[in-house]
Design a protein around this ligand. Structure first.
Ligand code: ATP
Length: 301
């Protein structure tokens, strides 16, 4: 798979503050790559450097196998902050101004407005747009040059749940059109729903890099409830699980490899107990993220 972005030993120090410290990362063509991290972990600094807005203290990066420059920059669309649009001009007129600046033919304006779902409101003034519509116009603006890569910094910041869902669907549709996408976010649910890959930064260091589909792999957890006072004793005696925990009126079993909720159900049934609640719990990215951060903290002690 073609490498779109290759980062080697990238660092940015502000005096004693190591905003980014020796980052190595590769993003391949077609990836939807989430950069996760708590506040101040170096996400925006990373995006700033790969977009040539911030000068690195050390290290390097390549776009499409080449040193970054005007030719590679044309192949990248980015939204770092809300771009400034004119409130009294329509969405369409605002994008025509961007076309003039970027030397893109005006035909692209209607194409991108359609792509981001603003076709019906294209002749409304920008000041009448909701926050979600403003964000979609920003994305439309970044799409004007038909870039191969889109870089989005916290694309759903400040949006309501419906706005978040709309931007999420838009990102998925842009990814499906074959573009590579890099998103910095602290919304784990958003990354889990949209991204194929993710990395975690903490205090400027890369502490995790992997596939989103691998989240939740590992030992299965099964949650069990039953109206039977023998439940704890019977469950405790079975050898399907590695660990059993009680949480209020339910039991959480961490299963041995190869055993499922159906095995628990059959075991209980064979012991005359009918489960009234039996669900498989998969680990969310949120849980995994918190564990990754905790492991890192633990490793320091
Ligand atoms: N211009 C600057 N001068 C000094 N320190 C800076 C500067 N820019 C960023 N930093 C520091 O570098 C660290 C990383 O900041 P950065 O904005 O990249 O983090 P972030 O992960 O994007 O955080 P957030 O989620 O809050 O936006 C922080 O400690 C921040 O205070």
């Amino acid at each position: 798979m073609d490498t779109v972005l290759s980062i080697k030993g990238l660092s940015k120090h502000y005096g004693k503050i190591k905003a980014l410290d020796g980052l190595n990362l590769e993003v391949k063509k077609g990836n939807v790559f989430g950069i996760l991290g708590p506040n101040g972990s170096g996400k925006t600094t990373t995006l700033g450097m790969i977009l040539d807005v911030i000068n690195p203290t050390a290290g390097q990066f390549e776009w499409f196998g080449k040193k970054s420059g005007p030719a590679t920059r044309k192949r990248i669309g980015a939204i770092l902050e809300h771009p400034i649009f004119y409130p009294y001009l329509t969405g369409r007129q605002n994008l025509m101004i961007v076309c003039d600046i970027k030397q893109v033919p005006y035909e692209r304006v209607d194409e991108v407005l359609l792509q981001v779902g603003l076709e019906e409101r294209k002749n409304s003034k920008f000041k009448t747009y909701s926050l979600g519509m403003k964000q979609r116009l920003s994305i439309a603006s970044a799409l004007l040059c038909d870039p191969e890569v889109m870089i989005l910094d916290e694309p759903t910041n400040g949006l309501d749940p419906q706005g978040i869902a709309e931007i999420r669907d838009l990102i998925i549709s842009i990814a499906n059109s074959g573009k590579t996408i890099i998103i910095a976010s602290h919304l784990l649910d958003e990354v889990q729903k949209v991204c194929t890959h993710f990395c975690v930064l903490q205090r400027g260091k890369l502490i995790y890099n992997g596939l989103v589909e691998d989240v939740g792999k590992g030992n299965l957890s099964v949650e069990v409830k039953a109206d039977d006072e023998r439940l704890e004793e019977v469950l405790g005696a079975c050898n399907l699980h590695l660990e059993m925990k009680r949480e209020l009126d339910k039991y959480i079993l961490t299963m041995h490899d190869g055993y499922s909720a159906a095995d628990v159900n059959k075991y209980l049934f064979d012991h005359g107990i009918t489960a009234k609640h039996l669900i498989v719990k998969t680990k969310s990215l949120e849980k995994q993220f918190l564990e990754i951060l905790k492991d890192q903290e633990g490793g320091k002690q």
